[in-house]
Design a protein around this ligand. Structure first.
Ligand SMILES: CC(C)(COP(=O)(O)OP(=O)(O)OC[C@H]1O[C@@H](n2cnc3c(N)ncnc32)[C@H](O)[C@@H]1OP(=O)(O)O)[C@@H](O)C(=O)NCCC(=O)NCCS
Length: 167
């Protein structure tokens, strides 16, 4: 470690960029740490080969592997966000906004007019993130998610109309 590293001055700010097949294991690890039903590296490999799927990665410091991701699937002019997750080590710093704003911009450039998602009702950081980026609640599905402890949680459906002005 050189003196810049020791002082924390070598640290570059978080950035968003593409992910590739060499990132599938890390993407799966981040997903497994964030959700009760993990997606395997093979599932991420399949996403990465699917032209209807967009995945963007969050990078921090010198780590060449992503520390977060946003993944969505699109058809015609609509997209659905399938998952957004950050490694715990980089949460709580506003990086998710950078990641999702970039992801939405990429979808807009691809001609997407509406973006949909579903999120657990009690997921306060995720709801705040989505509202901050202009998603509006479009529905609620009581008891939609099964929690690992056997209880159920409602899903909030949200939509972002891409032609609406940024909030
Ligand atoms: C959802 C997730 C990506 C958000 O990233 P984060 O780094 O934790 O959140 P950020 O620091 O970017 O903050 C996002 C917003 O949530 C708020 N927030 C963050 N943590 C919070 C907490 N514990 N309580 C209340 N609000 C919180 C922030 O203030 C911010 O809102 P603001 O823009 O109005 O100030 C991250 O928590 C995560 O990976 N969670 C696990 C996976 C998940 O639940 N994904 C979403 C469902 S698909």
């Amino acid at each position: 470690m050189n003196w810049l590293d020791r002082l924390g001055l070598a640290r570059r700010p978080a950035r968003v960029g593409p992910v590739h097949h060499g990132h599938a294991d890390r993407l799966s690890e981040i997903h497994a740490a964030a959700f009760a039903r993990p997606w395997s590296a093979n599932e991420f490999e399949a996403f990465l080969s699917d032209r209807s799927v967009q995945i963007d990665g969050l990078y921090d410091g010198r780590d060449p592997q992503p520390l977060g991701f946003a993944v969505s699937r699109h058809a015609a002019d609509e997209a659905e966000i399938l998952s957004v997750a950050l490694a715990r080590s980089v949460r709580g710093r506003g990086h998710s906004r950078l990641l999702l704003a970039y992801h939405l911009q990429a979808l807009a450039h691809a001609g997407i007019a509406r973006v949909h998602l579903e999120v657990e009702e009690g997921n306060v950081p995720a709801l705040a993130l989505y509202r901050r980026l202009g998603f509006v609640q479009s529905g609620r599905r009581p008891g939609y998610y099964a929690r690992p402890d056997g209880t159920r949680a409602s899903a909030i459906s949200m939509t972002r109309i891409m032609s609406d002005p940024a909030p």
